[in-house]
Design a protein around this ligand. Structure first.
Ligand code: 13P
Length: 394
């Protein structure tokens, strides 16, 4: 049977059952020709070079990602916090404010959009995607279809969206998207069960492979929720397990790591833990966890903020950039970039300029943190306000 097998890593996983893969291993040890075939590099897609270039440009020094990929329902919550109705014109006005901020491209290398925004234009008729391109910001797109309960688990969830993903990605690429995001979550108080971790990791890997096949750099995001009263050591243990499993399945799916970005949560104590950890402690635990699990072939680690205050998220990022890291360590914040903007804007046209300045100030602070040069001197009270909500849905 071994003689009929095509000896590439892909055929080992895809065409064989357990028997075939052990035949493969035995025969590949015997014949030198087969041994060299066994180390054939990860399968290249037509987009390989472009994927590597895209990932590199997003992970460029002093820049990070602005995440504004809230579903319409979640965007509605943001708007409701300043007394605005959740209508398309209001979402357009808000996203236009963010994406047309003058000078944003100096600190922001990519913006993750929701589908509505990818196809939307500004009130002057310019495509939002073109506003980004002109600012040298790469447009990205959320491609998952959200979380639903995971049957047979301990009240955990799984992320939907693999059906039809290839054609959606191809369409998004045509619209100008060059990277994608898939967010799934792992809950510490709910277990996490082996089933939930495996499902999260496998789903992320399938998505990453499909996104790459269609020219989009996948952002791989298994968010370990802040919910819980556990100590930082417990988060470390869970995060290490989750990331190890994610990389196991990324490898099984032949995902090109050089064309992939990660979006982890920082390793912190649970939100209800009795003590808070300092930025130095968070940096130490987070970097240790990543060094144990993430190969240096990955170009960029773009953290989520997960309910931390704007200032906390910036201080923690800054602490992680006090050491030389094997990857670009940066941000892909939603809440920690948008909070002061919303509060400043209040939906009033006369506040537009001030709101854009607020965005630029946060983007600049995080840019400095990416370079390890941020100080919190002069930060507003607003930026210190925590944004954690129990059971937050995106
Ligand atoms: P936060 O920074 O609000 O946690 O955003 C997470 C996210 O996945 C946005 O794309």
């Amino acid at each position: 049977m071994a003689a009929t097998l095509k000896l590439t890593p892909t055929s080992q996983w895809v065409s064989g059952g357990a028997g075939r893969s052990s035949d493969f291993r035995r025969s590949s040890l015997r014949t030198p020709a087969r041994r060299s075939a066994a180390v054939t590099p990860i399968r290249a897609s037509a987009y390989s070079d472009e994927l590597v270039q895209t990932a590199k440009s997003i992970a460029s020094p002093g820049r990070g990602i602005l995440a504004i990929d809230e579903s319409n329902a979640t965007c509605g919550k943001r708007l409701a916090s300043i007394g605005l109705e959740n209508t398309e014109p209001n979402r357009q006005a808000y996203r236009q404010l963010l994406l047309t901020t003058p000078g944003l491209g100096e600190f922001i290398s990519g913006a993750i959009l929701f589908e509505e925004t990818l196809y939307q234009s500004t009130t002057d008729g310019k495509k939002m995607v073109d506003c980004l391109r002109d600012a040298k910001i790469m447009p990205g797109i959320k491609v998952d279809k959200g979380l639903v309960p995971l049957p047979g688990s301990n009240n955990e969830s799984w992320c939907q969206g693999l059906d039809g993903l290839a054609s959606r990605c191809a369409e998004y690429y045509k619209q100008g998207a060059r990277f994608a995001k898939w967010r799934t979550v792992v809950s510490i108080p709910c277990g996490p069960s082996a089933l939930a971790v495996k499902e999260a990791a496998w789903g992320l890997a399938r998505y990453a492979s499909i996104a790459q096949d269609n020219g989009l750099v996948p952002i791989v995001e298994p968010e370990i929720l802040l919910d819980g009263d556990h100590a930082i050591e417990r988060t470390f243990e869970v995060a290490q397990k989750v990331w190890a499993e994610v990389f196991f399945y990324l490898s099984q799916n032949n995902v090109l790591l050089e064309g992939t970005l990660l979006k982890p949560s920082m390793v912190t104590p649970g939100a209800d833990h009795k003590t808070k950890a300092s930025p130095e402690t968070i940096a130490k635990f987070t970097l240790n966890m990543l060094k144990r699990t993430v190969p240096p072939a990955v170009p960029g680690i773009m953290f989520l903020s997960g309910g931390q205050s704007e200032m906390e998220a910036t201080l923690n990022l800054n602490a992680m950039n006090q050491s030389l890291n094997p990857w670009h360590v940066s941000f892909s914040y939603a809440r920690a970039l948008q909070n002061s903007v919303l509060k400043t804007w209040q939906g009033r046209p006369e506040n537009l300029e001030a709101a854009q300045k607020a965005l630029l100030a946060r983007a600049k602070a995080n840019s400095l943190a990416q370079l390890g040069r941020y100080t919190s001197e002069g930060e507003s009270d607003e930026s210190k306000a925590g944004m954690f909500q129990k059971g937050y849905t995106y």
